[in-house]
Design a binder for this molecule. Sequence first.
Ligand SMILES: [Zn+2]
Length: 286
Amino acid sequence: MSQLTKAVVGDFVVVSALESKRIVNRAIAAHGLSPVAAAAMGRALTMAGLMGNEFKDERDYLTVVIDGGGPLGKLTVCADGKGRVKGDVENPAVESLFKDDGHLDVGSAVGSKGTLTVIKDIGLKQPYVGTSQLVSGEIAQDFAYYFADSEQQPCGVTLGVGFEKGRCVAAGGVWVRVMPGCPDELLSRVETIMYAMDEMSYQFRGSSARDVINRFFGEFHPLFVGDYEVEYKCDCGKRKINRIVRSLGKSEALSIVDEMGQIEVCCHFCGKKYIYDREAVERLFK
Ligand SMILES: [Zn+2]
């Protein structure tokens, strides 16, 4: 489990931080991600976890699709109100390129000519859908722009994933939201702090989410309002997959069994395989 901590700073600023190393390593194991793919998905999963924590109902659900036209292909991450996140990416083994400063070039892998779309299903008749243009493909900036542009919520987002020998050794993110009526003096101090929040993977190395909030916002004596757990866990299951197979219709399902010997459904998010032989298909359509 990864820990998420939430605090209020100076009465008008809400800070959430998530230490997400385990989430990223679980995503690497599920998809065989290259370092740059893991960095991109890890950053997006961290943000999805932070956003999912805001849900009021456990059944609330969000999906974020980042489609930047880069070699990584479309990146999808999901989070629910129970603290579960999962992700999928078109090209998990995409080659890892580096920038001049030695950092993984996430922006080039994701691409910056495209959109970030957030779909929130909070039990209303229609899901909420918001879309904004990508700024850099570096993920954190793209989310910050999305909130300002699409949800009229000024905020700062900083996300980082660090690697050593193909494994994630540190990861995390901080999401800072400014509430209406925030005094200018506080706002400018928080902006200065956000500006200094660099090298997030380094900040989370050996540090908890609470440590990171204290390190940056300690001068305000943060009021900690909650600790939560977030994990990479797929919500696929026999019932969900049964529904998909049923949607094929009986004759189509049986003709696949005739041709292939069985129906095999593989979950995109966790790699789990669901097998249906003839008997299982017939039982499904009884
Ligand atoms: Zn699954």
